[in-house]
Design a protein around this ligand. Sequence first.
Ligand code: 6PG
Length: 472
Amino acid sequence: GNFDFGMIGIGVMGSNLLLNMADHGYAVIGFDLKQERADKLVEAAKPGTTVKGTIDIKEMVSALKKPRKIMMLVPAGKPVDDVIENLLPYLEKGDIVIDGGNSYFKDTLKRISYLQPKEIHFFGMGVSGGEAGARYGPSMMPGGDQEAYQYLKPILEAIAAKSGNVPCVAYMGNNAAGHYVKMVHNGIEYAMMQMISEVYDLLHRAGNMDNKDLHQLFLKWNEGELHSFLVEITAEIFKTGDAETDNPNDLLVDMILDQAGSKGTGKWTSQEAMDLPVSIPTIDMAVAMRDLSVYKDQRTKAAQIFKPQIGTIALNESFLTELEEALAFCFTIAYAQGLSMLAKASVQWEMNIPLPSVIQVWKAGCIIRSALLGNFTDAYQKEPALPNLLLDADIAILLKNRESSIRSIIAAAVQAKIPVAGMSSALAYYDAYLSDRLPVNLIQAQRDFFGAHTYKRIDKEGVFHTEWQQEE
Ligand code: 6PG
């Protein structure tokens, strides 16, 4: 065959990735069960590019140059296994299959082991950036066999988002490293979104800021240290009208039901963190708050019982500056938690994740891209296996300079009865991580008291147990 790349599943994401490749001179072919999708792909191709669509999987496979490079973009779970089974009869040794969906990394591990004896290279690859990213420059997180990656590298680098001149795709490590890094990316995504929503709540309910001013504020923030994709789209949201109503002053955001959806990647991040174990409370809290939001009926009843009086916050210039700094502080903590998880998991799961490359790949194209990541490059270049960003002297200065801001914001929010669970957890994590003595000496005493679980001492080696006296 003469084609460079094949795609299984040509919905919007799959088609856009192929069209992106075609724009860069690659001959591409897409397969789907639906003829209309195959037709639509071909119609969308620019003149002079080589784009083909088919509903015959065998035709797609035989059209490809060897070793074949085939990506699947199908829903996570069973569909991925089904596609693998359908493909297998036509594949040959050395072929490369990429799962570009949000698959659970343990499923990816199983698939790698299943395909290894057949000498098929299986890559789990996180793809971030949504539909526009796929078309004009996604961030991509591939992991798997390093030698086979050399075949994918040129084509992925051509289509990736660029930060400076550097492509936002890199080899993320062995085994399921690609899907692992994407999972943690999504955990951080949950945390950042949660904390932006808390800031919105403070400004809107306690500060009485209207959507017009929210739009202006987020626009302004996006020009400063909070410059990021999520702050940028949030600014856009605060000016988007509601097509369902006739009033041009109605904004869509006010009409959206306050129940968060989720597809599981944030939850996986928390579950995996607890298994490692590693502490990522801000991501945990983001998952918990989405879950709490789902119980709208209960919240409505509770509001009727308690009738909470929301306090008022005066939105002067200094409060808004503190809020901006507080959010930068909290974003940094969310990244720190996610990256500390990757540092630990990399060893635990023998993935050998290059953290400097993770930072590079997240700098553009993906949902969690932000100017703050620029501050982390040096830290990981100095120490690629840095266990926690907070241990870097420059990051420490950055956080310390914003510490008084986050404290006064949390204090104001608590007084006003605005829940800032994500931001509070970020500050508490910071305070705990900086404590050379935590109160768990007491927990150890209690465990030994009621269960003879033993404890260690600060003054000598060994394991101790005491016959604690309980008053009769
Ligand atoms: C991305 C996003 C993308 C998707 C999330 C949404 O990086 O482009 O993370 O993968 O939008 O999976 O996740 P929830 O539906 O769980 O919010």
